[in-house]
Design a protein around this ligand. Sequence first.
Ligand code: FA5
Length: 334
Amino acid sequence: LKATVLTQINTTDHLDHLNEIRVNTLGKKGPITEVLRGMKDISAEERPVIGAFANEIRDLLKDALELKKAELENLALNAQLAAEKIDVSLPGTDFEPGHAHVIQQIIEQLENQFLGMGYQIAEGPEVEEDKYNFEMMNLPKDHPARDMQDTFYITPEILMRTQTSPVQARTMEKHDFTQGALKMISPGRVYRRDTDDATHSHQFHQVEGLVIDKHITMADLKGTLLKVAQELFGEKHQIRLRPSYFPFTEPSVEVDVSWNDVDENTKPEDIEWIEVLGAGMVHPNVLKMAGVDPEVYGGFAFGLGPDRFAMLKYGVDDIRNFYLNDVRFLSQFK
Ligand code: FA5
Protein backbone atom coordinates (compact mmCIF):
# COMPACT_ATOMS: atom_id res chain seq x y z
CA LEU A 1 0.00 0.00 0.00
CA LYS A 2 2.71 2.43 1.04
CA ALA A 3 4.68 2.02 -2.19
CA THR A 4 1.58 2.31 -4.44
CA VAL A 5 0.30 5.42 -2.73
CA LEU A 6 3.73 7.07 -2.72
CA THR A 7 4.02 6.50 -6.47
CA GLN A 8 0.55 7.96 -6.99
CA ILE A 9 1.49 11.01 -4.96
CA ASN A 10 4.75 11.55 -6.78
CA THR A 11 3.30 11.23 -10.26
CA THR A 12 0.24 13.46 -9.90
CA ASP A 13 0.46 17.06 -11.03
CA HIS A 14 -3.04 18.12 -10.07
CA LEU A 15 -4.32 19.36 -6.72
CA ASP A 16 -7.76 17.78 -7.24
CA HIS A 17 -6.20 14.43 -7.96
CA LEU A 18 -3.98 14.72 -4.89
CA ASN A 19 -7.05 15.34 -2.78
CA GLU A 20 -8.66 12.25 -4.22
CA ILE A 21 -5.64 10.15 -3.22
CA ARG A 22 -5.81 11.59 0.30
CA VAL A 23 -9.50 10.74 0.69
CA ASN A 24 -9.05 7.25 -0.74
CA THR A 25 -6.09 6.42 1.49
CA LEU A 26 -6.61 8.27 4.76
CA GLY A 27 -10.36 8.99 4.57
CA LYS A 28 -13.08 7.30 6.63
CA LYS A 29 -13.48 4.48 4.12
CA GLY A 30 -9.74 4.12 3.35
CA PRO A 31 -7.60 1.08 4.17
CA ILE A 32 -5.72 2.70 7.09
CA THR A 33 -8.91 3.70 8.90
CA GLU A 34 -10.20 0.20 8.28
CA VAL A 35 -7.14 -1.37 9.93
CA LEU A 36 -7.38 0.99 12.92
CA ARG A 37 -11.08 0.31 13.23
CA GLY A 38 -10.41 -3.48 13.22
CA MET A 39 -8.08 -3.24 16.24
CA LYS A 40 -10.74 -4.45 18.65
CA ASP A 41 -10.78 -7.88 16.92
CA ILE A 42 -7.01 -8.33 17.27
CA SER A 43 -5.39 -10.09 20.22
CA ALA A 44 -3.94 -7.93 23.00
CA GLU A 45 -0.31 -8.93 22.16
CA GLU A 46 -0.60 -8.02 18.49
CA ARG A 47 -2.56 -4.80 18.98
CA PRO A 48 0.31 -2.43 19.91
CA VAL A 49 2.53 -3.72 17.09
CA ILE A 50 -0.08 -3.44 14.36
CA GLY A 51 -1.40 -0.16 15.77
CA ALA A 52 2.07 1.41 15.81
CA PHE A 53 2.70 0.18 12.25
CA ALA A 54 -0.60 1.54 10.92
CA ASN A 55 0.03 4.90 12.59
CA GLU A 56 3.51 5.05 11.17
CA ILE A 57 2.24 4.44 7.62
CA ARG A 58 -0.56 6.99 8.12
CA ASP A 59 1.86 9.70 9.32
CA LEU A 60 4.29 8.96 6.53
CA LEU A 61 1.60 9.25 3.84
CA LYS A 62 0.16 12.37 5.47
CA ASP A 63 3.58 14.06 5.34
CA ALA A 64 4.08 13.03 1.72
CA LEU A 65 0.64 14.39 0.79
CA GLU A 66 1.28 17.72 2.49
CA LEU A 67 4.65 18.13 0.89
CA LYS A 68 3.22 17.49 -2.55
CA LYS A 69 0.30 19.82 -1.86
CA ALA A 70 2.64 22.68 -0.98
CA GLU A 71 4.67 21.98 -4.11
CA LEU A 72 1.62 22.00 -6.39
CA GLU A 73 0.21 25.17 -4.78
CA ASN A 74 3.51 26.88 -5.31
CA LEU A 75 3.52 25.89 -8.97
CA ALA A 76 -0.03 27.18 -9.40
CA LEU A 77 0.87 30.51 -7.79
CA ASN A 78 3.90 30.94 -10.03
CA ALA A 79 1.80 30.19 -13.09
CA GLN A 80 -0.78 32.78 -12.00
CA LEU A 81 1.89 35.41 -11.35
CA ALA A 82 3.42 34.82 -14.76
CA ALA A 83 0.01 35.11 -16.46
CA GLU A 84 -0.91 38.34 -14.65
CA LYS A 85 2.41 40.06 -14.98
CA ILE A 86 2.19 43.84 -15.48
CA ASP A 87 4.70 45.56 -17.68
CA VAL A 88 5.45 48.74 -15.74
CA SER A 89 7.46 50.15 -18.61
CA LEU A 90 4.36 50.49 -20.87
CA PRO A 91 3.13 54.11 -21.24
CA GLY A 92 0.19 54.92 -18.88
CA THR A 93 -3.22 56.29 -19.83
CA ASP A 94 -3.26 60.08 -19.91
CA PHE A 95 -5.58 61.97 -17.56
CA GLU A 96 -6.17 65.70 -17.44
CA PRO A 97 -5.63 67.47 -14.15
CA GLY A 98 -8.66 69.43 -12.91
CA HIS A 99 -8.81 73.17 -12.41
CA ALA A 100 -10.82 75.72 -10.46
CA HIS A 101 -14.32 76.56 -11.74
CA VAL A 102 -14.38 79.75 -13.82
CA ILE A 103 -16.44 81.62 -11.19
CA GLN A 104 -14.00 80.56 -8.49
CA GLN A 105 -11.19 81.90 -10.69
CA ILE A 106 -12.92 85.30 -10.91
CA ILE A 107 -13.43 85.32 -7.13
CA GLU A 108 -9.74 84.54 -6.59
CA GLN A 109 -8.69 87.34 -8.95
CA LEU A 110 -10.93 89.76 -7.05
CA GLU A 111 -9.55 88.54 -3.72
CA ASN A 112 -6.00 89.16 -4.92
CA GLN A 113 -6.84 92.64 -6.14
CA PHE A 114 -8.50 93.64 -2.90
CA LEU A 115 -5.83 92.03 -0.72
CA GLY A 116 -3.38 94.18 -2.67
CA MET A 117 -5.38 97.26 -1.66
CA GLY A 118 -5.22 96.32 2.02
CA TYR A 119 -8.63 94.67 2.42
CA GLN A 120 -9.22 91.68 4.68
CA ILE A 121 -11.33 88.69 3.62
CA ALA A 122 -14.29 87.88 5.87
CA GLU A 123 -16.66 84.93 5.79
CA GLY A 124 -20.26 84.51 6.85
CA PRO A 125 -22.76 81.63 6.97
CA GLU A 126 -24.95 80.75 3.97
CA VAL A 127 -27.70 79.63 6.34
CA GLU A 128 -28.27 82.99 7.98
CA GLU A 129 -30.47 84.63 10.57
CA ASP A 130 -33.25 86.95 9.40
CA LYS A 131 -31.71 89.44 11.82
CA TYR A 132 -28.44 89.75 9.89
CA ASN A 133 -29.76 89.20 6.35
CA PHE A 134 -32.58 91.74 6.67
CA GLU A 135 -33.11 93.54 9.99
CA MET A 136 -29.59 94.78 10.58
CA MET A 137 -29.49 95.77 6.90
CA ASN A 138 -32.26 98.26 7.66
CA LEU A 139 -34.97 95.94 6.34
CA PRO A 140 -37.37 95.46 9.26
CA LYS A 141 -40.17 92.88 9.03
CA ASP A 142 -42.87 93.97 6.56
CA HIS A 143 -40.50 96.37 4.79
CA PRO A 144 -41.68 96.39 1.14
CA ALA A 145 -38.09 96.07 -0.17
CA ARG A 146 -37.96 92.52 1.24
CA ASP A 147 -39.97 91.55 -1.86
CA MET A 148 -36.93 92.30 -4.03
CA GLN A 149 -35.09 89.39 -2.42
CA ASP A 150 -37.47 86.57 -1.63
CA THR A 151 -35.67 83.48 -0.42
CA PHE A 152 -35.88 79.94 0.94
CA TYR A 153 -36.75 79.75 4.63
CA ILE A 154 -35.51 77.05 7.00
CA THR A 155 -37.63 78.39 9.88
CA PRO A 156 -39.38 81.78 10.13
CA GLU A 157 -36.16 83.22 11.57
CA ILE A 158 -33.52 81.22 9.66
CA LEU A 159 -33.10 81.48 5.90
CA MET A 160 -30.73 80.96 2.99
CA ARG A 161 -29.01 84.34 2.72
CA THR A 162 -30.11 86.43 -0.26
CA GLN A 163 -26.99 88.58 -0.31
CA THR A 164 -23.52 88.76 1.24
CA SER A 165 -24.49 92.04 2.95
CA PRO A 166 -25.14 90.34 6.35
CA VAL A 167 -21.36 89.88 6.59
CA GLN A 168 -21.16 93.72 6.76
CA ALA A 169 -23.04 93.69 10.05
CA ARG A 170 -21.18 90.66 11.39
CA THR A 171 -17.80 92.24 10.62
CA MET A 172 -18.65 95.73 11.90
CA GLU A 173 -19.92 94.29 15.21
CA LYS A 174 -16.53 92.66 15.78
CA HIS A 175 -14.24 95.39 14.45
CA ASP A 176 -12.24 97.49 16.89
CA PHE A 177 -12.28 100.96 15.32
CA THR A 178 -9.63 102.27 17.70
CA GLN A 179 -7.27 100.06 15.67
CA GLY A 180 -8.11 101.89 12.42
CA ALA A 181 -10.31 101.61 9.34
CA LEU A 182 -12.34 98.56 8.39
CA LYS A 183 -11.73 97.37 4.83
CA MET A 184 -13.13 93.99 3.96
CA ILE A 185 -14.51 91.87 1.16
CA SER A 186 -16.62 88.78 1.63
CA PRO A 187 -17.15 86.33 -1.23
CA GLY A 188 -19.75 83.57 -1.08
CA ARG A 189 -22.88 81.88 -2.36
CA VAL A 190 -26.32 83.48 -2.10
CA TYR A 191 -29.84 82.22 -2.81
CA ARG A 192 -33.02 83.77 -4.16
CA ARG A 193 -36.41 82.72 -5.37
CA ASP A 194 -35.56 84.16 -8.79
CA THR A 195 -36.73 82.38 -11.91
CA ASP A 196 -33.68 81.16 -13.83
CA ASP A 197 -33.05 82.94 -17.13
CA ALA A 198 -30.03 84.07 -19.15
CA THR A 199 -28.84 86.55 -16.50
CA HIS A 200 -30.51 85.22 -13.32
CA SER A 201 -29.92 82.11 -11.27
CA HIS A 202 -31.66 81.00 -8.04
CA GLN A 203 -28.21 80.37 -6.59
CA PHE A 204 -25.30 82.60 -7.50
CA HIS A 205 -22.28 84.35 -6.02
CA GLN A 206 -21.61 87.75 -4.58
CA VAL A 207 -18.55 89.52 -3.34
CA GLU A 208 -19.42 92.05 -0.68
CA GLY A 209 -17.17 95.03 -0.07
CA LEU A 210 -17.15 97.39 2.89
CA VAL A 211 -14.93 100.31 3.84
CA ILE A 212 -15.61 102.22 7.06
CA ASP A 213 -13.40 105.08 8.18
CA LYS A 214 -13.60 108.74 9.08
CA HIS A 215 -13.54 110.54 5.74
CA ILE A 216 -14.81 108.25 3.02
CA THR A 217 -16.69 109.72 0.06
CA MET A 218 -18.55 108.53 -3.01
CA ALA A 219 -15.44 109.38 -5.05
CA ASP A 220 -13.51 106.69 -3.15
CA LEU A 221 -16.23 104.21 -4.13
CA LYS A 222 -16.18 105.16 -7.80
CA GLY A 223 -12.36 105.14 -8.00
CA THR A 224 -12.14 101.73 -6.34
CA LEU A 225 -14.76 100.15 -8.62
CA LEU A 226 -13.27 101.63 -11.80
CA LYS A 227 -9.84 100.28 -10.87
CA VAL A 228 -11.19 96.81 -10.12
CA ALA A 229 -13.25 96.70 -13.34
CA GLN A 230 -10.36 97.84 -15.53
CA GLU A 231 -7.90 95.41 -13.95
CA LEU A 232 -10.28 92.55 -14.56
CA PHE A 233 -11.68 93.43 -18.00
CA GLY A 234 -9.03 95.71 -19.47
CA GLU A 235 -8.25 99.44 -19.57
CA LYS A 236 -10.76 100.12 -22.35
CA HIS A 237 -13.79 99.22 -20.27
CA GLN A 238 -15.77 101.95 -18.59
CA ILE A 239 -18.17 101.91 -15.68
CA ARG A 240 -21.42 103.80 -15.26
CA LEU A 241 -23.15 104.66 -11.98
CA ARG A 242 -26.95 104.83 -12.08
CA PRO A 243 -29.01 106.12 -9.15
CA SER A 244 -30.73 103.24 -7.40
CA TYR A 245 -32.24 102.20 -4.11
CA PHE A 246 -31.03 99.85 -1.40
CA PRO A 247 -32.36 100.10 2.16
CA PHE A 248 -28.83 99.76 3.56
CA THR A 249 -27.15 102.52 1.52
CA GLU A 250 -27.94 106.20 0.95
CA PRO A 251 -27.32 107.33 -1.70
CA SER A 252 -27.37 104.06 -3.65
CA VAL A 253 -26.17 103.25 -7.14
CA GLU A 254 -26.20 100.39 -9.56
CA VAL A 255 -22.99 99.98 -11.49
CA ASP A 256 -22.76 98.84 -15.09
CA VAL A 257 -19.60 97.84 -16.95
CA SER A 258 -19.34 98.34 -20.71
CA TRP A 259 -19.63 95.10 -22.66
CA ASN A 260 -17.52 96.58 -25.48
CA ASP A 261 -14.28 98.59 -25.52
CA VAL A 262 -14.73 102.34 -25.05
CA ASP A 263 -12.40 105.16 -26.10
CA GLU A 264 -12.78 108.91 -26.79
CA ASN A 265 -14.32 108.21 -30.23
CA THR A 266 -17.02 105.84 -28.99
CA LYS A 267 -20.50 107.35 -29.16
CA PRO A 268 -22.45 106.91 -25.90
CA GLU A 269 -25.32 105.25 -27.74
CA ASP A 270 -22.93 102.57 -29.06
CA ILE A 271 -21.90 101.41 -25.59
CA GLU A 272 -23.56 98.23 -24.33
CA TRP A 273 -23.84 98.08 -20.56
CA ILE A 274 -24.31 95.14 -18.22
CA GLU A 275 -25.28 95.59 -14.58
CA VAL A 276 -22.71 93.93 -12.35
CA LEU A 277 -23.11 95.38 -8.89
CA GLY A 278 -25.04 97.41 -6.38
CA ALA A 279 -23.34 99.92 -4.11
CA GLY A 280 -23.70 103.07 -2.06
CA MET A 281 -22.78 104.97 1.07
CA VAL A 282 -23.58 102.92 4.19
CA HIS A 283 -26.87 104.01 5.77
CA PRO A 284 -26.54 105.56 9.27
CA ASN A 285 -29.11 103.06 10.61
CA VAL A 286 -26.91 100.16 9.53
CA LEU A 287 -23.92 101.69 11.31
CA LYS A 288 -25.95 102.34 14.46
CA MET A 289 -27.37 98.81 14.62
CA ALA A 290 -23.86 97.38 14.33
CA GLY A 291 -22.63 99.62 17.16
CA VAL A 292 -20.76 102.15 15.02
CA ASP A 293 -21.27 105.89 15.61
CA PRO A 294 -22.54 107.45 12.32
CA GLU A 295 -21.53 110.91 13.60
CA VAL A 296 -17.89 109.84 13.51
CA TYR A 297 -17.69 107.05 10.95
CA GLY A 298 -19.02 106.43 7.48
CA GLY A 299 -18.12 104.56 4.36
CA PHE A 300 -19.14 102.74 1.25
CA ALA A 301 -20.33 99.25 0.51
CA PHE A 302 -20.88 97.24 -2.63
CA GLY A 303 -22.14 93.83 -3.63
CA LEU A 304 -20.92 92.55 -6.94
CA GLY A 305 -21.87 89.47 -8.92
CA PRO A 306 -18.87 87.36 -10.03
CA ASP A 307 -21.23 85.32 -12.25
CA ARG A 308 -21.97 88.47 -14.24
CA PHE A 309 -18.26 89.37 -14.18
CA ALA A 310 -17.45 85.97 -15.69
CA MET A 311 -20.10 86.45 -18.39
CA LEU A 312 -18.62 89.81 -19.25
CA LYS A 313 -15.02 88.72 -19.20
CA TYR A 314 -15.50 85.66 -21.40
CA GLY A 315 -18.47 86.75 -23.49
CA VAL A 316 -20.76 84.04 -22.09
CA ASP A 317 -24.35 85.02 -22.89
CA ASP A 318 -26.19 82.63 -20.57
CA ILE A 319 -25.47 82.37 -16.81
CA ARG A 320 -26.95 78.84 -16.72
CA ASN A 321 -23.86 77.52 -18.53
CA PHE A 322 -21.89 77.97 -15.31
CA TYR A 323 -24.17 75.60 -13.40
CA LEU A 324 -24.81 72.84 -15.93
CA ASN A 325 -21.37 71.34 -15.23
CA ASP A 326 -20.78 70.40 -18.85
CA VAL A 327 -17.05 69.63 -18.91
CA ARG A 328 -16.80 70.70 -22.57
CA PHE A 329 -17.89 74.19 -21.50
CA LEU A 330 -15.99 74.41 -18.21
CA SER A 331 -12.68 73.07 -19.53
CA GLN A 332 -12.35 76.14 -21.76
CA PHE A 333 -11.45 78.20 -18.69
CA LYS A 334 -8.15 76.72 -17.57
C1 FA5 B 1 -27.74 93.31 -3.57
O1 FA5 B 1 -27.81 92.11 -3.38
C2 FA5 B 1 -27.10 94.23 -2.57
N1 FA5 B 1 -26.84 93.49 -1.35
C3 FA5 B 1 -25.84 94.80 -3.16
C4 FA5 B 1 -25.31 95.93 -2.34
C5 FA5 B 1 -24.36 95.69 -1.39
C6 FA5 B 1 -25.81 97.21 -2.53
C7 FA5 B 1 -23.86 96.73 -0.62
C8 FA5 B 1 -25.31 98.26 -1.77
C9 FA5 B 1 -24.35 98.01 -0.83
P1 FA5 B 1 -28.69 93.20 -5.99
O2 FA5 B 1 -29.90 92.44 -5.68
O3 FA5 B 1 -28.80 94.25 -7.05
O4 FA5 B 1 -28.11 93.92 -4.73
O5 FA5 B 1 -27.55 92.18 -6.40
C10 FA5 B 1 -26.20 92.58 -6.56
C11 FA5 B 1 -25.58 91.93 -7.79
O6 FA5 B 1 -25.73 90.52 -7.72
C12 FA5 B 1 -26.24 92.32 -9.11
O7 FA5 B 1 -25.69 93.50 -9.60
C13 FA5 B 1 -25.91 91.15 -9.98
O8 FA5 B 1 -24.58 91.25 -10.46
C14 FA5 B 1 -25.95 90.00 -9.03
N2 FA5 B 1 -27.26 89.32 -9.06
C15 FA5 B 1 -28.42 89.68 -8.47
N3 FA5 B 1 -29.37 88.77 -8.68
C16 FA5 B 1 -28.81 87.80 -9.42
C17 FA5 B 1 -29.26 86.54 -9.95
N4 FA5 B 1 -30.51 86.08 -9.74
N5 FA5 B 1 -28.38 85.80 -10.66
C18 FA5 B 1 -27.12 86.22 -10.84
N6 FA5 B 1 -26.63 87.36 -10.38
C19 FA5 B 1 -27.45 88.14 -9.66
